[in-house]
Design a protein around this ligand. Structure first.
Ligand code: FPP
Length: 246
């Protein structure tokens, strides 16, 4: 299905002013437990919430929505849960790619996804390249992502450039690090949301969050929806961002 240019709903930018929102989607397991259901039922309901917020991204005028789907530490979970999450991800791309494309969304992945099952890597890369020419919001899925791992990779890449004498060590600056991150071509992170009442970053976008506003909600991820995303953006609009200035 060919994507169609969609009307610009926010020609002079949305009132909330946020370009890039990231979400730590937490609480799927607790959502399932409260209902005496297996954890996979919570993850399945979590996918529905992913659909809701991905659909809302354009309406809300976001340029980029980044979703933490699988961390580099999530491999510690039981093998069957890891397999369930990978199967959900595979099914999600297969079932929703046409809709993403029709809605002009650009699908992206951040993290070391290349180590995943080769057929999943092929599926991901096909989805990313199919939607690359779209002009709507970016939906970036963080997969096998860990911020410390990301920063180690940046350090290695810059050290190699120094060894190759492409860059002098004492000339390495903030922009060099920005350019070497998975998020190099994404807008700066404005708002980081975490659901389920936990108040920590859990190795997510540590560098990018330097001046992001943080928003924590007790809502469990499967109960999160477009209205709650709009509420978070309302709260963001009222924040006084000084970036270290006055
Ligand atoms: C945290 O809940 C959630 C995850 C580790 C995975 C998030 C995955 C999804 C929302 C579904 C798959 C995503 C896509 C994009 C298809 P938890 O299991 O840690 O919950 P708990 O803390 O209550 O146990």
């Amino acid at each position: 299905m060919a994507s169609q240019a969609q009307p610009d709903l926010h020609p002079s930018g949305p009132a909330h002013g946020a370009r890039h929102v990231a979400i730590i989607m937490d609480g799927n397991g607790r959502w399932a437990k409260k209902r005496l259901l297996p954890r996979i039922a919570g993850h399945r309901a979590g996918v529905q919430a992913v659909r809701r917020v991905a659909r809302a991204a354009r309406e809300l005028g976001l340029e980029c929505l980044t979703l933490y789907a699988f961390s580099s530490e999530n491999w510690k979970r039981p093998a069957h849960e890891v397999a369930d999450l990978m199967a959900l991800l595979r099914h999600f791309i297969q079932s929703d790619l046409d809709e993403f494309h029709a809605n002009d969304v650009r699908l992206r992945v951040i993290g070391n996804y290349q180590v995943l099952d080769p057929s999943l890597v092929t599926l991901i890369e096909g989805a990313v390249s199919r939607t690359a020419g779209n002009s709507g919001p970016i939906v970036a899925i963080a997969l096998n992502y860990g911020a410390q791992d990301e920063l180690v990779r940046v350090a290695q890449a810059l050290a190699q450039k120094a060894v190759d004498r492409v860059i002098a060590p004492d000339r390495i600056g903030i922009e060099d690090i920005d350019r070497a991150l998975y998020t190099a071509d994404l807008p700066p992170l404005d708002l980081l949301i975490r659901t389920s009442g936990e108040q920590r970053l859990s190795n997510f976008m540590l560098w990018q969050a330097a001046y992001a506003e943080l928003y924590f909600t007790e809502t469990l991820w499967p109960d999160f929806d477009e209205t709650m995303l709009a509420q978070a953006l309302d709260a963001f609009r009222l924040r006084d961002r000084r970036f270290g200035g006055l």
